[in-house]
Write a new protein. Structure first.
Length: 259
């Protein structure tokens, strides 16, 4: 079997793997055992934009064995200031295909499966199934809610992030152990909802939020530290401030209230 295949690396770290992951292996929370464990994990990243590019880059770099990358969009000129994995000659091409190719070029020992489709109620459960953790790297509010519902129903932890301007938020939805996304942000009626324009975003904000998402995913995969369950990490880059706010599950939540 190919030594660069994650399944083979699970048995024994080869010389290349020892060198590639040397600094990570030095961490007492990871070590060789944790590194081998990462090779066996499968993560779903929904979104290959401002949040998804840094999140996927750090997870692939860390040696997560298999990553499914979902995005239906193509690269636009307005993406380039913050979605730094893309270039001018990528404009008009599918993000998921480009990003998957570049992640595997950076780390051939990781398998990245691009999924060029828009998630909806009809396909969401099938896409979510079989993953250890889901990273929601979205800018679409409706998809956030159906992804939250699918993860809660499947019992799969989901790392969630959002950015606007110079600010951002990161939290973890752990089914049965904390509030879900709908607890934190109750779904509003769409009856009088006006079409929304894209929010203003400072380039570093999604970079920081996406990196924090990757950190939370790794904590969940390795069962280390204290994931942001029932807590939201908020940051304001203009003010140079980070803070944690706590939140509780709503008993009347139609998604997780009965758990």
């Amino acid at each position: 079997m190919d030594d660069k295949n994650p399944a083979s690396m699970h048995e024994q770290l080869d010389a290349e793997s020892r060198e590639r992951y040397a600094r990570q292996i030095l961490l007492p929370e990871v070590g060789e055992t944790g590194q081998k464990e990462l090779f066996t994990k499968k993560v779903l990243i929904v979104g290959a934009g401002g949040l998804g590019t840094p999140c996927s880059l750090y997870l692939a770099g860390a040696g997560v064995g298999e990553i499914d990358l979902v995005d239906s969009d193509v690269v636009a000129l307005s993406n380039l200031p913050r979605q730094v994995m893309y270039r001018m000659d990528d404009i008009g091409k599918p993000k998921a295909l480009l990003l998957a190719e570049r992640l595997m070029a950076a780390n051939p020992g990781v398998k990245v499966n691009p999924i060029v489709k828009r998630l909806d109620k009809d396909n969401i459960k099938e896409v979510v199934q079989g993953h250890d953790v889901v990273a929601a790297c979205l800018d679409n509010l409706a998809t956030r809610y159906i992804l939250n519902e699918a993860c809660v129903e499947a019992g799969i932890p989901m790392v969630e992030a959002a950015v606007s301007g110079f600010t951002g938020m990161v939290t973890v939805v752990m089914p049965g152990k904390g509030p879900c996304y709908q607890c934190l942000f109750p779904k509003r009626s769409t009856a009088s909802k006006k079409p929304s324009s894209p929010p203003p975003i400072a380039g570093p904000a999604p970079g920081i939020a996406g990196a924090l998402e990757a950190s939370e995913v790794l904590k969940l995969l390795l069962n280390i530290g204290e994931p942001l369950v029932g807590r939201m990490l908020l940051f304001d880059l203009k003010m140079g401030q980070f803070q944690i706010v706590t939140a509780s599950r709503r008993e009347d939540c139609e998604i997780c209230g009965g758990m």
